[in-house]
Each structure stands twice: as structure tokens, then as C-alpha cells.
Design a protein around this ligand. Structure first.
Ligand code: NAD
Length: 474
């Protein structure tokens, strides 16, 4: 078999690269080991987790309307139906991708690809068949897999990763979430809503360590009140399988302890798949952690071989992979493209959602950047209060001199949707006046971005612009 361009991996980065290259006239073969397109994100990541998070939200919101006079009794939960519904959501998207591949004339080959030379790949299918594929150019989009820890028992049905957690085989009574990052906290949200008693253990002294502490604080406060325990600055040191559960050893500021759990979700990050592709046969450099170094055109050290997505480095996010995929396809087709995004937004779809983009306040301080900030508390947002929520915050970091926006952090319902405006503002070089003078629709949560800029400018009227001056009578 021959391909002008082969794309290895059909996640968001890979299928985007394949489709864009086909649209630019390339004869494309897309190699994917799973029987469906979409990769981790569509099948066992972003999309099924969002479907389950929606179910969690319905459960939580119904419960929270009791004080407003709407008394819902707790609904019976049918895990089989919930799973089927989630799979239906995924199926619509992956089915759509198959049709799009057909319409573009992209040939999909199912199997596991490995390089045998700088211009050839072998694709092995599950039945032991091997297809030899000669290519002119290749785009590696083979992603990442969940990382694990040496003391985690292998093969235990009680130990799950994000893929296992999304299967919702059961609702464990006592769930330990190992890692207070995005996956850990999103899955904690789901399992808490379904009825598990959730304990989160995070090695750093903050959940979601990439975001500012004040932006994470409202989430921490809410989950502290609802979950069994949030153990910060705590290390899991051992996990021992017993007939009645998993005995977990932990060490934190308060000393060492052991506790029994029915299941443990391991969510301590993801590791790139760079070591699984026999890249040395193609002469492609892989670093010691398994990442494939690339330049701004997404080229590896071998000119005709590109790499994109999780396998080229952090952040391991679908939306980064998609843009890199477009760049790689365009460069492969002879266009003068380069990956030149200033910022990549991050979102945790927890309740409340946490989103941030560009420079965080902690980074600004660490780098000695001269900055100012505008902070708008959602307790002053009519829209937020009408949702029954008041804990949100929108914070914008500005360059002190030019007043250009450098970064933004948002916590609150729908923060993940709101952060896009800040990303656009950064890409466009907007300053505080641009943002504050942009008319945001009322009453929306999006107003909080304009109002945060007004807080910085001192033009806010919905709150006091500065600490009020002392009156004459003191
Ligand atoms: P993560 O890096 O977000 O979080 C892992 C957490 O585990 C960190 O807070 C880390 O400090 C902690 N940790 C590491 N070792 C530990 C240990 N021994 N004991 C206790 N805690 C430990 O990684 P993740 O949540 O596993 O997610 C993996 C990747 O997938 C990330 O790149 C993430 O951005 C991506 N992802 C994104 C989304 C989204 O965009 N909404 C959702 C899920 C996953």
C-alpha cells in the first residue's frame, strides 16, 4: 500500500491533520488502532466525561433547588442506561467522523502502526495481519496514555484509570481519587453526584496546581464541604489489595495513615506514546520521557515526518492538537504555516468550572512581570445569583504599563465557555479599555469579563472602584 501522506493516530489532532491535508489535495491514509475514529478525546476522554458531567449537573442542580421550593426526590440511577446514553453521544460524533473521512477520500486503515524506515510503516491488525505502507510524508499523532505509579497493583479491578472511570461499571461506596488535577476532579464530580464518598489526594499543596490559588479556592471550598476529604500535600505511598478493598497508605503533614477504599482512580497525568512507534527506525528523535521534539512547523528532525498533539509535549489538550494538526497538514502540502498561538486555554469541567489562559498571577509574580489585575466577584453578577450561585470570580491580569491583557482566570458555572473571550483578547492584543468598552449582553456571565476590566480601570459602577475614601467624620 502507498500513501502520499500517512497520519498515525485518529484523535482530534490526527483526524484534523488528515482531513485538512485531504482538502489541500493530498492522498491520505489514516492509521488508527481502535475500530473507531476520534482517539482518546472522543471515545474515552473529553466527550464521554462531559456527558457524565452533564448527568452529574442535573442531579446536583435538582437537589439544590429544594430551598427554592422545587422539591425533587432523588431519582433512581440506572447505570446501564446512563452508560448507553453516554455511548450514544460518543457514537454520533465518531460516526460523523467516519462519514467525513469517506467524503474526503481519506483511506482509514485499522491497526497498530510502527515505523520500519523513514518512508515505510507496518500496520498490524488484531488478527495478526500486517500491511506494509510506503509513504512520502508522515504525521505522528499517536497521543498519550494514563501514567501510573510503581506501587499501584496491576490488573486489579478495583484500580481504575480515566478509561475505567468512564465505564461507570459500579458506583463505589468509598472512592479514592489519586491526583487532584483535571481528570481526578472531573471524575470526582461525577462519582460524588452518583453517590460515592470521594477522597482526593494531591501531592502538591493546591488542587489543579496550574491555576491560581484564588481561582481554585471556590472549587476547593465547595468540594471540601461535600466530599469525604481533600488531602493536600499528601503522598500515597502504598496500595495493597485485600478481599474487602484496597488498603491505601498515605503520608501528609499530619503524618502517615492507612485507609480502606472500594476503588482507586489513578489520575496522576499522562505519558506520551513516543516510545511505542519504533521511531528509531525512521531516524526520528524521541526524548527520554517519550516526547517527539518538533519545530514551529511541526517537523521532527526528519524533514518529511511531522508530529503533533500530546506526543510533542504539554499541554496535552485536544484543542492544541487540532491547531498543530492543521499546521502540519498545511506545511506538508507546501503552505507557509507555523504554530504561533500566544496562549492555549485550560478548563476543568468541575462544578464550579475552573478556566485559565495566558499568564497566571503566580507566574507573573515568579517572573517579576509588572502587572495589575482586575478582579470581579460574581456575587455582584445578577446572572450568577439567578443561577443560585455566588462563588465565581473573574480575574484579568494586565501589563501595568501598556494595560494589555496578559492572562485571565475564571471560576464559576460555564467558566470554560467564558475563557474563550479572554483568549481572543490576548491574541488580538486587547487592552483593558478595549475589553471594558466592549458591550457585553446583560444579564450574562460574560459581563464579568468586561466588569473585571472595569475593576482594573477604576470605571466600575456595579461595585466600588477602590476601597472607599474615609468620610470627614472618619
Ligand atoms: P494533571 O497533570 O492535570 O493532574 C495530575 C495531578 O496529580 C497533579 O495535580 C499532580 O500534582 C498530581 N499528582 C502527581 N503525582 C501524584 C502522586 N504521586 N500523588 C498524588 N498526586 C499526584 O493530569 P490528569 O488530571 O491526569 O490529566 C492528564 C492530562 O489530560 C492533562 O494534560 C490534562 O490537561 C488532560 N485533560 C484535560 C481535560 C480538560 O481539558 N478538561 C480533561 C481531562 C484531562
Amino acid at each position: 500500500m502507498e500513501a502520499e501522506l500517512v497520519v498515525l493516530g485518529a484523535g482530534p489532532g490526527g483526524y484534523t491533520a488528515a482531513f485538512r491535508a485531504a482538502d489541500l489535495g493530498k492522498k491520505v491514509v489514516l492509521v488508527e488502532r481502535a475500530p473507531v475514529l476520534g482517539g482518546v478525546c472522543l471515545n474515552v476522554g473529553c466527550i464521554p466525561s462531559k456527558a457524565l458531567l452533564h448527568a452529574a449537573k442535573v442531579l446536583e442542580e435538582a437537589h439544590e433547588m429544594v430551598p427554592a421550593g422545587l422539591g425533587f426526590s432523588r431519582p433512581p440511577i440506572d447505570l446501564d442506561k446512563l452508560r448507553q446514553w453516554k455511548e450514544g453521544v460518543v457514537g454520533r460524533l465518531t460516526g460523523g467522523l467516519t462519514k467525513l473521512a469517506q467524503m474526503r477520500g481519506v483511506t482509514v486503515v485499522q491497526g497498530t502502526g510502527r515505523f520500519v524506515s523513514p518512508s515505510e510503516m507496518e500496520v498490524s491488525d488484531e488478527r495478526g495481519g500486517v500491511t506494509r505502507l510506503a509513504f512520502g510524508q508522515a504525521i505522528i499523532a499517536a497521543g498519550s496514555e494514563p501514567a501510573t505509579l510503581p506501587f499501584v497493583p496491576r490488573g486489579s479491578a478495583r484500580v481504575i484509570d480515566s478509561t475505567g472511570a468512564l465505564e461507570i461499571e459500579s458506583v463505589p461506596e468509598r472512592l479514592l481519587v489519586l491526583g487532584g488535577g483535571i481528570i481526578g476532579l472531573e471524575m470526582a464530580t461525577v462519582y460524588h453526584a452518583l453517590g460515592s464518598k470521594v477522597t482526593v489526594v494531591e501531592i502538591q499543596n493546591q488542587i489543579i496546581p496550574g491555576a491560581d490559588v484564588d481561582i481554585v479556592a471556590p472549587l476547593l471550598k465547595r468540594i471540601k464541604a461535600r466530599y469525604e476529604a481533600i488531602k493536600l500535600a499528601t503522598k500515597v505511598t502504598s496500595i495493597e489489595e485485600r478481599p474487602d478493598g484496597l488498603m491505601v497508605g498515605m503520608e501528609g503533614a499530619a503524618g502517615a495513615e492507612t485507609q480502606l477504599f472500594d476503588k482507586v482512580l489513578v489520575a496522576v497525568g499522562r505519558a506520551p506514546n513516543g516510545r511505542q512507534l519504533n521511531l528509531e527506525a525512521a531516524g526520528v528523535r524521541v526524548d527520554e520521557r517519550g516526547f517527539v521534539p518538533v519545530d514551529r512547523q511541526m517537523r521532527t528532525n526528519v524533514r518529511q515526518i511531522f508530529a503533533i498533539g500530546d506526543i510533542v509535549g504539554q499541554p496535552m489538550l485536544a484543542h492544541k492538537a487540532v491547531h498543530e494538526g492543521k499546521v502540519a497538514a498545511e506545511v506538508a502540502a507546501g503552505l507557509h504555516s507555523a504554530f504561533d498561538a500566544h496562549v492555549i486555554p485550560s478548563v476543568a469541567y468541575t462544578d464550579p468550572e475552573v478556566a485559565w489562559v495566558g499568564l497566571t498571577e503566580a507566574e507573573a509574580v515568579a517572573k517579576g512581570v509588572a502587572f495589575g489585575k482586575g478582579v470581579f466577584p460574581w456575587a455582584a453578577s445578577g446572572r450568577s445569583l439567578s443561577l443560585g450561585r455566588d462563588e465565581g470570580v473573574t480575574k484579568i491580569i494586565f501589563d501595568k504599563e501598556t494595560k494589555r491583557i496578559l492572562g485571565c482566570g475564571i471560576v464559576g458555572p460555564n467558566a470554560g465557555d467564558l475563557i474563550a473571550e479572554a483568549a481572543l483578547a490576548i491574541e488580538m492584543g486587547a487592552d483593558a479599555a478595549d475589553i471594558g468598552a466592549t458591550i457585553h449582553p446583560h444579564p450574562t456571565l460574560s459581563e464579568t469579563i468586561g466588569l473585571a476590566a472595569e475593576m482594573f480601570e477604576g470605571t466600575i459602577t456595579d461595585l466600588m472602584p477602590r476601597p472607599p475614601a474615609r468620610s470627614a467624620r472618619g
